[in-house]
Ligand binder design. Sequence first.
Ligand code: AMP
Ligand code: ZN
Length: 120
Amino acid sequence: MADVLRYDKDCIFCKIIKGEIPSTKVYEDENCYAFRDINPQAPVHILVVPKTHIASCADIDAENAHIAGEIFTAIAFIARQEGLDGGYRVITNCGEDAGQTVHHLHFHILAGVKMGERLL
Ligand code: AMP
Ligand code: ZN
């Protein structure tokens, strides 16, 4: 669904999406952009973001919920593209206690290592 894309001039991920800050692109479509995390926490660490500025998953509502589906469709495509046959973990940090540092909704894809069963 083609919404008007929202751009926040103070947002580093909005700048990455626009190409104003360089990134290592992994995937792009009309709604989503994916790039390699600058500080990888696993052998494969990719960030998937909506092209429109949404601060976090706390701002998902009935109007924009389609974005969540678009992102997870992109995640499944990226996992196949990157050959993540052994599995992967998807994480989104929401708010201060979760340690969210960039306030543009993003999903971490982590892979390439056997992860523990515990999340914390
Ligand atoms: P979070 O802590 O969930 O907000 O995650 C933010 C992520 O963005 C961290 O894993 C950072 O390493 C990553 N990050 C910050 N700046 C950049 C950048 N310019 N390019 C790629 N990844 C970045
Ligand atoms: Zn943004």
